[in-house]
Ligand binder design. Structure first.
Ligand code: MN
Length: 434
């Protein structure tokens, strides 16, 4: 497929934009003055209003129905249309916004009716999330966390056979910039044998890739691994906020519960598979001695191109740093190549027993840490379970998050000869417990 890698836009702010050049074109839901939430496309510093573009007659052919569906207040119906509609819309937008576009003057004449400055807009959750599942495919995270509990045997015996996951909570998933309140809960304080109730003292973030499900499947009809990528509508950043002290007390035998269900933050833009195409990679070879995936999880094409090279970072801005005018401090830089299982393997596994996936369902990858401490995607790992505090430029230290801390996640794709694209940010500031 053509990547339009050398094309430029007549919209100046799109060219060399670190996140949203012409080659990205992510979809999201936005609102601006006096208008209700509606579908738009991020381009440079602006958002293209799909309804305004339809009103101006800018779309033709298959792109009309795709744009109409994507212009609604949630992207579920658009996700349900599948890859062909998404590609039709992308193709039309690539032409419209190209510097050689025949519609350039007509579009410029529409001014801010068509292209709304992003800073003047509010961004919303892109879709109504029916179900949310969090996986555990970041093998270095699984190793690091496992080591804290079982130094000699960090990975449980199922890890290299099953893409481990659990069913999470969809109702408290919030869009970037939504404040997050520190939860109260039950914990077992060190040295005690009865639990206490109160604000979590070990509040953490988890750096994850979010996966938006597109076309679903019927109950009882699994999605085959070879078709699985066609069922993915796009990607985002996900912060799976975690109350570690609550988690440690509650998680056995059924897994995380209240430690994870108070909030999960997502970045607002849906980055499409088409935009990520140039950044596809071969799934890294499994270490010598690891088992081959079972046949229902093994597909040659998926192994050849199923990994994605996305650089991830997490930064912290404390209240004191904000007051002192200090910039956010990067805590870690990692990459989605640290996934032991591909996205297609996650989709195939999730549905293999007959589970119904629906448009707008969300998957989390699990924390994507790298092997080195500079790439650890949670404080649990980078402070070795709270034992080694991190030092900040303000003179403060952190083992876990303090009230007023803002966690900022970013993701970018780079490749020689291609414009870089980014995900935008996933931010959240911690409010004190009630
Ligand atoms: Mn998680």
């Amino acid at each position: 497929m053509t990547t339009h890698s050398n094309h430029r836009s007549w919209l100046a702010s799109a060219n060399d934009h670190p996140d949203f050049p012409l080659q990205n074109l992510p979809l999201g839901i936005f609102s601006s003055t006096n208008k209700s939430p509606r579908g738009g496309v991020a381009i440079g510093e602006m958002i293209l209003d799909l309804q305004a573009a339809l009103d101006a007659g800018l779309f033709h052919g298959a792109a009309v129905a795709a744009a109409e569906t994507a212009s609604r207040s949630q992207l579920n119906d658009f996700f349900a249309l599948g890859a062909a509609a998404r590609r039709a819309l992308r193709g039309a937008l690539l032409e419209l916004l190209d510097e050689r576009s025949k519609q350039r003057e007509a579009m410029q004449a529409l001014g801010e009716t068509l292209l709304v400055p992003m800073h003047a807009c509010q961004l919303h959750l892109p879709a109504r999330i029916g179900d949310y599942t969090d996986f555990y495919v970041g093998i270095h995270h699984a190793n690091n966390v496992g080591k804290l509990f079982r130094p000699d045997n960090p990975l449980l015996p199922n890890y290299k056979h099953v893409p481990i996951g659990y069913h999470g909570r969809a109702s408290t998933i919030c869009v970037s910039d939504t404040p997050v309140r520190r939860p109260n809960g039950q914990t077992l304080p060190p040295g005690q044998d009865t639990p206490s109730f109160g604000p979590s003292k070990r509040l953490d973030y988890e750096l994850e890739l979010g996966i938006w499900i597109g076309q679903g499947n019927e109950m009882g009809e699994p999605i085959a691994i070879g078709q699985a990528s066609e069922h993915v509508a796009g990607f985002c950043l996900l912060n799976d906020w975690s109350a570690r002290d609550v988690q440690a007390w509650e998680y056995q035998p059924l897994g995380p519960f209240l430690s994870k269900n108070f909030a999960s933050s997502v970045s607002p833009w849906v980055i499409t598979a088409e935009a990520l195409e140039p950044f596809r990679k071969t799934q890294p070879a499994r270490p010598e001695g690891d088992p081959q995936p079972l046949p229902y999880l093994l597909d040659e094409a998926d192994q050849a191109t199923g990994a994605i090279d996305i650089e991830l970072e997490v930064l912290l801005l404390t209240a004191a740093m904000r007051e002192q005018g200090l910039p956010p401090q990067r805590l870690a830089r990692s990459n989605t190549l640290n996934m032991y299982w591909t996205v297609a393997q996650m989709v195939a596994h999730h549905s293999v027993g007959g589970c119904k996936l629906q448009p707008g369902d969300l998957f989390g990858s699990g924390t994507l840490s790298g092997p080195q401490s500079e790439a650890f995607g949670s404080l649990l790992e980078s402070t070795v379970g709270g034992k080694q505090p991190l030092s900040l430029p303000s003179g403060e230290q952190r083992t876990f998050l303090a009230d007023g801390d803002e966690v900022i996640m970013r993701a970018r794709c780079h490749r020689e000869g291609y414009p870089s694209i980014g995900f935008g940010e996933c931010r959240g500031t911690l409010l004190p417990a009630l």
